[in-house]
Design a protein around this ligand. Structure first.
Ligand code: SF4
Ligand code: MG
Length: 336
């Protein structure tokens, strides 16, 4: 498998009146072709800023100050905006929690998807209409030939979400970025939308970067997960290894806070754990989790931990492990 997306040492800051905030701070990540990678974390940890940095759609106050974002061989951060525009919606599509961010309320479904087909494939007229019907059918919108003439407000919440996915798929992207795609939906519709994403992914081998704060959603459709904390990733692992044996103390706390033994259910939001995420305007000398970690010792407050590879493909950024690589047994035993 080759990587579709390679993010290396990405640094994104947000300029605020007081001081710059390091929203994404040295993030490194590879996503393989055909893989669904879930970037998990509490709100404000930098997940969405990572996605917007990849798309180069940061808010005005945002600025990428370092690193690279490679899609195949191309470094997206070096491209002129015109080249980037032809990549968005074609090679990378993005869907959001709120469908109306991507849907135009005053255009019919046919016109909106038609615009994507025209821009990226030069499809017009009957050929385009046929393709629009196919795409709507693929995402499970019933009676496509009638519904394509309707406006977004005529669709229910779940159907709007499907329509947004249809728009995203119209460009046949190599990478789909889905930022909390099911958060606003009720549990039944959420399950349907996740099923849809999974089946599209299986059928087309699409690569998906899923951004979520919901462990249940990640457990449902991700192949691998990355846990983000205070602007950086602290653990990556294949899904099953992660849910069986999370390594980083933060990951362990997140999973321990879930009710019941069956963690692979939907609707399992990240429960609050004690203490606050440190302000990202602060200079960090040691581990960012040290103030909230039950296992912290002096070293943790002084030196930032590097990556340690555990058994399998699990990787963790924590001093507990880095004197004992290749093992699942941390140097200092967990009491929890
Ligand atoms: Fe806790 Fe130290 Fe590991 Fe950070 S490096 S998570 S403070 S044990
Ligand atoms: Mg977000």
């Amino acid at each position: 498998m080759s990587p579709v997306l390679r993010i290396n040492n990405l640094e994104t800051i947000l300029h605020t009146e007081a001081m710059p905030v390091r929203a994404v701070d040295g993030l490194t990540l590879q996503i393989m072709r055909g893989e669904t990678f879930a970037l998990l974390g509490e709100s404000g940890c930098g997940k969405s800023m990572t996605a917007l940095s990849v798309m180069r759609l940061l808010p005005d106050a945002g600025e990428i100050i370092g690193g690279s974002v490679r899609l195949g061989e191309e470094d997206l951060l070096l491209l002129p905006e015109t080249a980037m525009r032809s990549i968005r919606g074609k090679r990378i599509s993005m869907i959001f929690q709120e469908p109306m961010l991507s849907l135009n309320p005053v255009m019919t479904v046919a016109d909106q998807i038609g615009e994507v087909l025209q821009r990226h494939f030069n499809l017009h007229g009957g050929v385009a209409r046929k393709r629009i019907q196919e795409i709507l059918d693929q995402v499970g919108i019933p009676d496509p030939s009638r519904r394509m003439e309707e406006y977004p407000f005529q669709f229910s919440g779940g159907m709007k979400q499907r329509m947004m996915i249809a728009m995203a798929l119209a460009g046949e992207p190599e990478l789909l970025i889905a930022d909390e795609p099911t958060t606003a939906l009720d549990v039944t519709i959420q399950a349907q939308v996740l099923d849809l994403m999974r089946s599209l992914q299986q059928r087309d081998g699409m690569t998906i970067l899923l951004i979520t704060h919901d462990l249940g959603v990640a457990a449902e459709i991700a192949h691998r997960v990355g846990i983000m904390y205070a602007g950086e990733i602290v653990e990556t692992a294949p899904r099953d290894e992660f849910f069986r044996g999370p390594a980083h103390p933060y990951s362990r706390k997140l999973l321990a806070s879930l009710p019941g033994r069956d963690r692979r259910r939907q609707g399992l939001r990240l429960a609050a754990i004690s203490g606050n995420v440190p302000p990202l305007s602060r200079e960090f000398s040691g581990c960012r989790f040290a103030d909230r970690c039950d296992h912290a010792w002096e070293l943790c407050h002084e030196v930032a931990p590097g990556w340690t590879s555990l058994a399998g493909e699990q990787q963790v950024r924590c001093h507990l492990f880095n004197q004992n690589p290749g093992s699942r047994v941390p140097q200092r035993q967990f009491e929890d």
